[in-house]
Design a protein around this ligand. Sequence first.
Ligand code: ADP
Length: 479
Amino acid sequence: MYGARGLFRGPSLLRITLWHLVVLLLFTSILSLIINVLLTRSSYAETDGVLTSLTAAITDILRSGLSESGLDELAARDAVRELRFEGYTLAIYDDYGNLLAERPARSNAVQLSDLPPADGKTHIVSVRSPNERTTQRVAKARIHLEPVGRSYVIVASRSFDSPLRALAARRRVILTYVPLAVLLAALASFYLMRATFAPALKMSQQALRMSASDLAARFPVTRSNGELNQLAANFNGLLERLDTSFESQRRFMADASHELRTPLSVIGTTTAVMLETTTSSADDLRDALRIIRQEGNRLRRVVEDMFYLAQADSGTPILRNAWLQLDEVLLETVRSVGQLARAKQVRIHFESFEEAKVFGDEDLLRRVFVNLLANAVKYSSQGGLITVGLDRHDDSGQYRVRIANDGDEIAPADRDRIFDRFYRVLDGNTGATEAGLTGGAGLGLAIARSIAELHGGHLKLESSGEKGSVFVCLLPIPK
Ligand code: ADP
């Protein structure tokens, strides 16, 4: 399935194992090579050390023998006889290559084919037998001895077969067991990795089976396997957030379609009735058209609100920020709801009003105040009072817009939920219809809060009780 090169890019477990194998092989090869060199050196050093000591000892003995007798053959024989070392061959030659003495006798162990340089040092070489079967380590030293004023060649040698055999045996061990160990290590790491990654593979298969419509499943989180557990927990957190988000999207869609369906069916029914009734008067037709226009406006508002929320949710920048006077925007909005308020005999009273300069989107901020004030009119009692305030809180660095209306209390259970999209408190006793206000879609507060937050502020219900409700919008004072 995979070519030689493809294997290194193939399935990750196999690929990691192969890389592991390659790296291990590289390191163990370098290590084996170093061990081999050290072992070889130490075996040579051991034999060569003895050979060097032997040639030095022979030189000393020969020197003292010669100074006693002056006869080199006699002195040479004494010298080789005195040093008895099992396995070592000793020989002394004169400067012309004539053998003076050797041990063991007539061993002829070493042919003096060439004379070493006359530097008095010991030169050690390996000499292989003509049939290549045996190897000797041969130390030669050409020394000049003063008592007789002649030069001699001292040769000490030793068979190097057994150290070489030992070295070869060690090399065989290295060459056999190290690759085997590496292979076993790679196999073990493959199985270990497979066992380690098994939960991850399971997770990925489970993830494949998941779909947007079924996000309830969670990845198993066990006590072992720290990092993967963390991953599973993180994925579960992500799924939780996705699930919540999909759920709210679903709810939003259901609420939105419900919200759109009502005006559409009113329009549909009204037009159907008008078309079927042949005897309709001009007033009837005008009434029908008024209903259609009203429902059309309602549809437009819902669609605009939904469009705003969709934009805010998608993170698309929707702010057209500029410097503006918040107090002026608030004042204009109060004026614009004046007619609605008058229709319900509601008075609007300013409790405080300061100058406030902010950097923001004027249209959107106006929308916040329109929503709050329209609600205040809608939900205040007939002939009630709305109190509006704008002040500056230097301590918290915020402007505070406070809109209070008398009227029914918002039940504690609803106080958070009224900011949810499409949430409305089902209570017909609002007086909204009497004031000519159509019931909203329950998007007003959600949008107002979203706008306040987009400007770095907040919108909250400060209090609600028998005396009515107080909404507060906070916006940051620019630095
Ligand atoms: P709606 O379009 O229904 O007004 P909102 O999101 O503006 O939607 O308000 C949600 C709910 O909060 C309303 O249905 C109403 O019950 C409650 N509410 C909002 N403003 C006020 C207020 N000033 N006084 C009392 N209740 C309010």
